[in-house]
Structures are given as C-alpha cells and as structure tokens.
Ligand binder design. Structure first.
Ligand code: SAM
Ligand code: SF4
Length: 353
C-alpha cells in the first residue's frame, strides 16, 4: 500500500484536508474498543457458551495502553477524525477510563468524545466521566421487562441498574443520552412501545437497531431481524411521527419526531437500508487492529509498528494507505454476497459496536 492511491481534497471548513477512500468517503470517526471483556453475555454478541469462564480474553499487556491510544488519536485527528467513541466489550470495565477520556478530550481537532455502555457501571462513573471531558453517553437497553431484559443480557444485570445509570448520566449532564435497543424477532419486539413510552418526554432518545449479522457466533438469520419500517409503523400508530433531517452527514440513525412535540426516536437499519455510502467510521480493537468495516474479516495491525518504534509520519502513512484503499460496503452487498461462517468475520465485542 502506498500513498499514491490516496486522495486528499481541501474541506470547506478549517482542519486537515479530507482523506477520501475509493468511494470518496472521508474519514471522520474513530471507534476505540478499550476492553474486550464484558460483564454481560448478550446472546447476539457474546453468547455464554462461547464466552464461558475459561475463555481466554486478551492479557492486559496485549491491550493498547492509554499512551498508545492517545498517540493514535493524535494521528487520526491529523487525518480528519474529529469524533471519538469509546466502546468494547464493556468500556467501563477498563480501569482508569476517566483518565483516558480526559486525555482524549484535549487532542487538538477532537470535538466530541462519546462512550457506549451497557449501563451497569454507569451510576458509579457518570460524574467522573463528565468531569474528565466526556461529551455524552449511549446506553444499551433492550427492554424494560425484567424477564426479557435478562434474556437479552444473558442473565446479567438488571433494568434497575441500567435505569440508575441513565439517571446518573442525566444528572451529570452527559447529554443528549441515546439508548440503543437491539430488536430480535420473537424476543423483545413486544416491549418496544413500553420503552418509547418511558423515555419519549425525558430528552433521552431511544434508537432501535436492526439485529445484525456481525461476527459468526450469534447464528444470525434474516428472519430474526425486525425491519425498522415495521417498528416505525407500530410506534407511529400509537404516537404519530414525522421524519426529521439528519443532524450531520453520515448519521446512522434515521430520526423521527413525535407530532405531539415530545421527543424523538431513531432507527438504525443496517440490514434493511444499508448506509455504507455515507460511512465515515474506522474501528480500533483493544489490541490495536484497525478495521474499516464492522463486518470485516481482518484488520491491519497498528500495535506492532507502534511498539517497534514507528514515527508519527510512518503511522500516518500506514493509516492513510488503509483508508485510501478502502472500498468495503458489506451491508449493501449482504443480500448478494452473504459471507458465511468460514469467512471468520470479526466479532463485535472485539472491535466495538
Ligand atoms: C458491542 S456493544 C459495546 C458497548 C457496550 N457493551 C454496550 O453494550 O453498549 C455496542 C452496541 O452494539 C450492539 N450490538 C451488539 N451485537 C449486535 C448485533 N448482533 N446486532 C445489532 N447490534 C448489536 C449492542 O446492543 C450495543 O448497543
Ligand atoms: S452488546 Fe455490549 S453488553 Fe452485550 S455482550 Fe456485547 S459488549 Fe457486552
């Protein structure tokens, strides 16, 4: 890979020139998985039978250190990234996470540091994260019905703990808070209206995510996925909705506002309406592999060059080459080129959602 294939064009606003991939998509967002472990065992992500008590997660020395993450954040911001999202696994399991947030929030060019969590440890971390410079949180919550919640979390945690976490995040000002709800056919779609009802006048935005075929271990079937248009019809029949414009280019959720003026909901339809054409995201696993697609089979190792003493210029050239050569659009090709298990797609807990 060489710099020759890379296109750079001057953006309209200030900042570094846009780095474009082969489909003219600029690089804007970096998702950093800071922890491969999780305290949940959601069957659609880390099923208990595979991630049992003897499963070998990364050793702490194999994970990127905070210094290494920070150094890469500087490199990426110099290439056009201005949003960072910390994820996992469960990011709040990473010791000292607020310190990392503090350092990342001071990287020149980064104007948004967000975090996605299952919410179980959020009540104890919310104030410190805000004080450190975290902009906002997204909390995953698949149902308010305790039994259904436990089915979706692999029997871990409770709705009460997640709701306490959301309340603490609201008090701390980690807003706007978004809730991610994965909907799986026959498991939780009957609890969708309760979730909307609970949050629609609180400023918290619920976003329904189509159950996706990330990784290979969740035995995904298309029939398990509830298309967003079905949920839109169900919610709209109860509370009329009107589509709202995206907040920015590349926003993944389609937004709808309640006609009675109270709040909004979102739909992330990566299965039924792929949005690869506007994808500006790149993902870094906790051991330093860089992935240009959530559905990728392999990434590019940045940890070895980092630890072997690569200069900033060398790391920048490596990332430029990776983004410049990017042409993946897995979701758009899903129907015609469905990858099967032997492709070894990377798991979501590993590269982060
Ligand atoms: C991998 S998790 C990591 C962060 C944190 N542990 C959490 O659950 O919020 C990030 C997001 O990916 C979503 N997710 C995981 N597996 C998924 C799948 N197969 N389809 C759709 N969304 C999925 C989760 O629901 C969560 O909102
Ligand atoms: S979705 Fe999040 S909470 Fe659930 S197992 Fe995956 S990483 Fe853990």
């Amino acid at each position: 890979m060489t710099d020759k294939i890379v296109t750079m064009v001057q953006p309209t606003d200030s900042g570094p020139p846009d780095l474009l991939d082969r489909r003219s998509r600029p690089l804007r967002d970096l998702r950093i998985s800071v922890m491969d472990r999780c305290n949940f065992r959601c069957p659609y992500c880390m099923p208990e039978d595979k991630y049992h008590k003897d499963f070998q997660f990364l050793k702490s020395t194999e994970r990127l250190s905070f210094e290494e993450i920070l150094r890469l954040a500087h490199i990426f911001s110099g290439l056009g990234v201005h949003k960072l999202r910390l994820t996992g696994g469960e990011p709040l399991l990473r010791p000292g996470i607020a310190d990392l947030v503090g350092d990342l929030s001071h990287v020149p060019g980064i104007d948004d540091v967000a975090l996605t969590t299952n919410g179980i440890l959020l009540a104890q971390h919310a104030a410190a994260l805000k004080a450190a410079g975290l902009s906002r949180v997204t909390v995953s919550l698949d149902s308010l019905n305790e039994e259904v919640f436990l089915m979706m979390s692999g029997g871990r945690g409770s709705t009460g703990q997640v709701l306490e976490g959301i309340a603490a995040a609201l008090t701390a000002g980690l807003t706007p808070i978004k809730i991610n709800t994965v909907v799986k056919r026959g498991v939780n779609e009957h609890t969708v209206l309760d979730l909307v009802d609970r949050f629609r006048d609180t400023g918290v935005i619920v976003r329904f995510i189509e159950y996706m075929d990330v990784g290979t271990i969740n035995h995904w079937k298309r029939s398990d996925c509830v298309p967003s248009r079905e949920l839109l019809a169900m919610i709209g029949a109860r509370w009329p909705l009107t589509a709202v414009k995206a907040n920015y280019h590349g926003e993944v959720a389609e937004r709808y506002r309640f006609d009675d003026g109270v709040g909004e909901v979102g739909f992330i339809s990566s299965v039924s309406e792929p949005f690869c054409g506007s994808c500006t995201r790149v993902r870094l696993s906790s051991d330093g592999q860089l992935f240009t697609c959530l559905f990728a089979s392999r990434g590019t190792d940045l940890r070895n060059p980092l630890r072997a003493g690569a200069s900033d210029d060398e790391l920048r050239a490596l990332v430029r080459g990776i983004w410049g050569a990017r042409e993946d659009r897995y979701s758009e090709l899903r129907a015609s080129q469905r990858k099967d298990d032997k492709d070894g797609k990377v798991e979501m807990y590993y590269i982060g959602g």
